[in-house]
Design a protein around this ligand. Structure first.
Ligand code: KG4
Ligand code: ZN
Length: 395
């Protein structure tokens, strides 16, 4: 089959993104317009503002992605767009524009699940991976994929049938996503938004063993599972066959709130918040200048607790399902300590662990174009009347 150039469009949350990817593997261009500055004053994404920003950015972002790839609207082979999950109003901007392009240009349109995009982001870098370069290019299934971002902490068992992939969810967060916990804790400590990248950079300056957090308590087993592709209530026997690996991060956020209160940290947090808000693009030195030892220790201990939990449960799931390969992807997969720990613990168990490059860990459109490629090959095209699915599941 000749090379296929797919234009990907992503607008599910707070990044307007477009990219051109060749045959699901090679990123030709990758443009991401971030809305961080818009949402920063609110400490989180404001859905209505996100939709408006997407409307402003979508046309120039797509134009730039085509220009950087030396492609034109007419030269690409298909247009892929995120259908969900995400913010409905935000998704609709990308979907409406993709539909208009596909209709006007008479090109196939491919609807992609954002989470499948995060999983396929790993494939974009696999060709550069050493082990694959050394001749072992065949990806071994089943793959266990941890998708860990601001909206999700989900474990999927991925299998390949023909050219397409199928997914079984074997664990998810019962409350906050891990990235959401990073963002909420950073906000609580006056460190701004988004929290993950700041906490990641501050952690090496604190003592990760200074504050101990109790492990997350998940009291009731989640009895929902999938059988024959349907969501069903599982009995105890099937629970043994389909063990679940759920996460919970609202408890640690409350523990940090209590710590802040019992250690009288409020006034210092407020002055840090104000000081950092007056610096247009704070650097690491600015954060460090406004953080005392106790705050740095708290931040490092928080990150250690999250990393321990994610690595521990994911590797337990990998053992229970006897998987051949592990993927770790999504915004939080950009985290330095998380990557190192997965690499070292995976190596101990002889389990190959793959991540996307750090820029492709967070939201982008190259991952959407990559996930669209098997659908392009299978001619699995979307009808013109498909719509956004804010709570779309991955199957
Ligand atoms: O995948 P993503 O860009 O968007 C969603 O689909 O949610 O993930 C964004 C999330 C945010 O919560 C952000 O704080 C977190 O990923 N994040 C990180 C890092 N970079 C981004 N968390 C920890 N360490 C990082 N380096
Ligand atoms: Zn995402």
């Amino acid at each position: 089959m000749p090379d296929a150039y797919i234009l990907g469009i992503e607008s599910s949350c707070d990044e307007t993104a477009a990219a051109v990817v060749r045959s699901g593997e090679q990123v030709i261009s990758n443009v991401v317009a971030s809305q961080i500055a818009t949402h920063q004053p609110y400490g989180g994404v404001v859905p209505e503002l996100a939709s408006r920003e997407h409307l402003r950015a979508i046309v120039p972002v797509v134009r730039q992605a085509l220009a950087e790839a030396k492609q034109t609207y007419n030269s690409v082979d298909a247009i892929a767009v995120t259908q969900g999950p995400g913010l409905a109003g935000a998704l609709l901007v990308g979907i409406s524009y993709a539909k208009a392009l596909a209709f006007a240009l008479d090109k196939p349109l491919i609807a992609v699940n954002h989470l499948e995009g995060h999983i396929h982001a790993v494939l974009l870098d696999l060709s550069q991976n050493q082990e694959r370069q050394e001749g072992n290019r065949e990806l071994q299934f089943p793959v266990l994929a941890l998708v860990v971002s601001g909206g999700h902490t989900h474990l999927y068992l991925a299998r390949a049938s023909d050219r397409s992939w199928t997914y079984e969810n074997i664990g998810h967060t019962r409350d906050d996503a891990a990235g959401e916990a990073f963002d909420k804790v950073a906000k609580l400590l006056g460190l701004g938004y988004p929290g993950g990248p700041v906490i990641d950079r501050l952690t090496p300056h604190g003592n990760p063993n200074a504050v101990k957090f109790p492990p997350a308590q998940i009291k009731h087993p989640d009895r929902r599972g999938r059988k024959d592709g349907r969501s069903v209530e599982l009995d105890s026997d099937s629970l043994d066959d389909h063990p679940r690996f759920d996460f919970s991060y609202s408890g640690i956020k409350t523990a940090i709130l209590r710590y802040v209160e019992s250690h009288d940290m409020r006034a210092a947090i407020e002055s840090r918040r104000q000081a950092l808000a007056n610096i247009p693009k704070p650097k690491l030195a600015d954060y460090l200048a406004h953080c005392d030892r106790r705050t740095l220790d708290l931040v490092a201990s928080f990150q250690r607790a999250i990393v321990d939990d994610l690595v521990g449960k994911t590797l337990a799931a990998a053992r229970a399902y006897d998987v051949a390969t592990l993927f770790v992807t999504g915004g939080v997969a950009a985290n330095q300590e998380l990557r190192q720990r997965f690499e070292s613990e995976g190596a101990k168990e002889g389990l190959p662990v793959f991540f996307p490059s750090r820029p492709l860990s967070t939201d982008n459109a190259a991952m959407i174009a990559a996930a669209a490629f098997p659908k392009f090959q299978a001619r699995d095209f979307a009808a013109m009347d498909f719509s956004a699915e804010a709570g779309m599941a991955l199957k």
